[in-house]
Design a protein around this ligand. Structure first.
Ligand code: ATP
Ligand code: MG
Length: 447
């Protein structure tokens, strides 16, 4: 009985320090020195020349083995942050809970972190078991064991071109399995964000989440509530801009992880119109990212929250509020509600509001107001947003097409497209909410 308990405890406690890693040769992992950025190579070399150990670690090694170009290179070393900083001309220590060193090499910034020890009884945690402070140095084996998934615990040495693999990560990656290191429930309790990471990484790399790691997510999803809003927001940005957002959201839903975590997804995904709109927006972001085109968080959050705004706006109009002020009130209320869970920065929420506020203006296809809209600096984003609304069936496609043609038309031809200005005001006042204006635009939010 006790032995069984001990065995369970030690399985949880990860690979003990001093355990030898598998040394994987280049023939098996395929990463050549040249695949590593110049800055990462120089940083490892400088650390190694000073007598330290230094490796490229984590996502970059994983992505290279999977045939994906890494977006950045992280370094792990046995040198302390002070030792690292002393070795480089342009380096500074950042972070408190988790101290790392930013080393600048040309235009590149490398994150260099010191091997960290496994957590023990002395680790500072909050009342739910979430780790609060994390600056106890350890061995490389300790450092591997505290990483989240086996495929993320790989260390690449550019000097020998070998990968040190403590947890069968290379085999898991080749077998397309996402496996958590240690006991899944304990690891999720320590840091609930790992559940989100499991979803994101499995979608990005096309992996199956190992059943043991997958099973507890549904039960434990509520733990996300204890994670600070800023951290959830960072992780959500990574997820939404991973180039695999559609797949991620699908998997989040399958695991019941979208509830509470993303209040906006809760509501939206449950109404057909909302779902279609959001999925179109995510698909368009995915394809832009995969094509290397720029994307903006403001645009995406505007799409995710639009149906909430519509519902709120509609309720206000029903209560007799005046149309445009009601829209602005609805926008503020929806953004305020979100801010409890998602720390949407002020700059992003400014962009979001700009896009929303433009929408009713697209209904006016006459005279000065249409011409003035063409001069709006945010016209492009507002128009792209209108296109999505049309594609999802919320407004007539004809309205979006009119704006496409109006923007492309020049001189006389453009002026000829304008609808007559007279009488629209009167008619608008008479329309019921959800009705269509004479010029085809949706006026008030659909019921
Ligand atoms: P990507 O950069 O592609 O989004 P990544 O795995 O590199 O994915 P980062 O946030 O850059 O993600 O983390 C770097 C490494 O740090 C990971 O590969 C993993 O080893 C470790 N790590 C990150 N977050 C956690 C976590 N919550 N728990 C344990 N280890 C983590
Ligand atoms: Mg990374």
């Amino acid at each position: 009985m006790i032995r069984k308990l001990l065995r369970r405890v030690f399985r949880v406690a990860t690979a003990p320090a001093g355990i030898a890693p598998a040394v994987i040769p280049v023939a098996r992992h395929g990463i050549h020195r040249e695949h590593i950025s110049a800055g990462a190579r120089r940083t490892c070399e400088a650390l190694q020349q000073a007598g330290h150990r230094a490796y490229v670690v984590g996502g970059a090694v994983r992505d290279l083995i999977a045939g994906i170009v890494p977006k950045d290179f992280d370094i792990a070393t046995d040198a302390t942050p002070d030792q690292v900083r002393a070795l480089f001309r342009r380096a500074r220590i950042i972070g408190r809970r988790f101290q790392i060193v930013h080393v600048m090499q040309g235009a590149e910034t490398l994150e260099v972190s010191t091997f960290r020890a496994a957590h023990d009884a002395d680790t500072q945690k909050d009342e739910h078991g979430r780790v609060l402070r994390d600056n106890v140095w350890g061995s490389q084996a300790d450092d591997a064991a505290r990483r989240d998934f086996t495929i993320n615990a790989l260390f690449y040495d550019p000097a020998s071109e070998t990968v040190l693999d403590y947890h069968h990560g290379v085999a898991d990656l080749k077998q397309k399995t996402l496996r958590i290191i240690g006991e899944p429930r304990a690891r999720y309790r320590e840091d609930p964000v790992r559940m989100l990471r499991a979803i994101r990484l499995s979608a990005k790399l096309g992996l199956t989440i190992d059943p043991e790691a997958k099973a507890p997510i549904r039960d434990m999803a509520a733990l996300m509530e204890n994670v600070p809003a800023a951290r959830v927001f960072d992780e959500m940005l990574k997820l939404l801009f991973s180039g695999h957002a559609v797949e991620c959201v699908k998997r989040l839903r399958d695991e019941g992880l979208h509830h509470g975590l993303l209040p906006l997804l809760d509501v939206i995904l449950e109404q057909p119109l909302g779902e279609k709109f959001v999925m179109l927006a995510l698909a368009s972001t995915d394809s832009r990212i995969r094509a290397g085109k720029p994307t903006s968080p403001g645009f995406l959050f505007a799409t995710l929250l639009w149906n909430e705004v519509l519902a709120n706006w509609e309720a206000r109009i029903k209560r007799g509020e005046v149309r445009m002020p009601a829209l602005f009130e609805a926008m503020d209320e929806v953004l305020d509600q979100q801010s409890e869970k998602l720390a949407i920065t002020r700059r992003i929420s400014g962009d979001v509001k700009d896009i929303w506020a433009l929408q009713p203006r697209f209904e006016k296809r006459s005279g000065k107001s249409a011409l003035r809209l063409l001069e709006q600096p945010r016209l492009r984003a507002g128009y792209d947003f209108l296109l999505l609304r049309a594609q999802s069936g919320e407004v007539p496609m004809e309205l979006a097409e009119w704006w496409t043609n109006f923007q492309n038309a020049e001189g006389e031809a453009r002026m000829a497209m304008l609808l007559p200005e007279t009488g629209t005001k009167k008619r608008r006042r008479k329309r019921a909410p959800g009705g269509k204006s004479r010029d085809g635009g949706a006026v008030e939010p659909a019921a």
